[in-house]
Design a protein around this ligand. Structure first.
Ligand code: GTP
Ligand code: MG
Length: 324
């Protein structure tokens, strides 16, 4: 499935244009590419009524998400082919040669209002989202500074499965990056020196069997009324995973909650999986729902992303221009 806006129909045509400028941060291999690749599919997934014979009737108006520039459309064609057709991760070695990844992805979010007269209020029904994957701040410091100065929100991917050491370094780098941003953006910080953009923290790969087992043992996870795995309290789950005796293999994770709370006021937390949980006949069997092979190379079936759209929807948009 290819998602491009295709025609002028996908572009804002009138009224104010709203935009979310989101910086995306994560350690190497934390799942950034797959997260971005799954944004349009996550919108489709959310609108499918699943489980309990669901028809989708109870769901709010659905979002459709389109890539709006050539680079994003090319990226989505490549990643859709990998994830949706071949059930493999797009960043995997030996994949297609078309690996050109923009560091900036442009999307249009659009939904049809249920009540036709509400069409007038275009703000509620369409916005642009630009997701900028932050490069390594140790080598591309200026680019990181510019992106943070310009963003309205920051998504932090926390991958508690990382055993490579990259997560350890990433916590230190995040701390340095936010401290520098607070100095640079000082005129815009609040009286306590907290940063002027909205943070969302996503615990990634919650489908990973170690994390899922932890979630089940701690009774964090349950099946919701749509038959999806839901983590009841993502903040508490995040904090548990960061604890020194928790399942996260790198000790610096214990510092992560403090680092984030020092730099931000309200923080939103999400339990995220780009791959999601395996279903059969539209339902999840909580005892057998692994959707990724134990080596993390392939998916067992189609991805069922969750916690991917929500952090984006939860962020505020800024008014950028008037359409034609
Ligand atoms: N279980 C599980 N594994 C995932 C998920 N998303 C990504 N992975 C694993 O993490 C690996 C890296 O994912 P990417 O999306 O390429 O991560 P990245 O942060 O873009 O990685 P680099 O750009 O290579 O640093 C994949 O090959 C998978 O093995 C997920 O939702 N669940
Ligand atoms: Mg990547």
């Amino acid at each position: 499935m290819t998602r491009s806006s295709g025609s002028r129909d996908g572009e804002p045509t009138g009224g104010a244009v709203l935009e979310k400028r989101i910086a995306l941060w994560g350690a190497p291999e934390s799942g950034r590419t797959t997260f971005v690749a799954m944004v349009p599919e996550a919108a489709e997934e959310r609108s499918r009524g699943l489980g309990h014979g669901g028809t989708g009737r109870d769901h709010p108006p659905r979002w459709k998400v389109f890539g709006t520039d050539d680079a994003t459309q090319r990226f989505l064609r490549h990643t859709d082919h990998a994830l949706l057709s071949e059930h493999r991760f797009p960043g995997e070695p030996g994949g297609s040669v078309d690996t050109a990844e923009p560091t900036r992805y442009r999307f249009l979010f659009r939904r049809d209002p249920r009540l036709v007269p509400l069409h007038r209020f275009t703000d509620h029904f369409r916005f642009a989202a630009t997701i900028t994957e932050l490069p390594d701040p140790s080598t591309r410091r200026d680019e990181v500074k510019r992106a943070l100065a310009d963003c309205t929100g920051l998504i932090v991917l926390f991958d508690p499965t990382d055993a490579s050491g990259a997560g350890e370094d990433a916590v230190r780098a995040l701390d340095r990056m936010l401290t520098e941003a607070a100095a640079d953006l000082q005129p815009r910080t609040d009286p306590r020196g907290r940063l002027p953009f909205e943070p969302a923290v996503c615990v990634t790969k919650i489908d990973d069997m170690t994390l899922y087992r932890e979630a089940r043992l701690g009774a964090w996870a349950e099946l919701d009324r749509d038959g999806r795995v839901r983590v009841r309290d993502p903040r508490a789950y995040f904090r548990r995973l960061c604890e020194r005796d928790g399942p996260c293999p790198y000790p610096a994770a214990a510092e992560l909650p403090g680092i984030l709370e020092r730099h931000f006021g309200r923080i939103r937390y999400y339990a995220t999986s780009a791959a999601g949980f395996r279903r059969s006949a539209g339902r999840i069997d909580p005892e057998s729902c692994r959707n990724v092979d134990p080596h993390g190379n392939r998916l067992d079936g189609p991805p069922h992303p969750q916690g991917v759209l929500e952090p984006i929807l939860g962020m505020r948009a800024v008014r950028i221009a008037k359409g034609g």
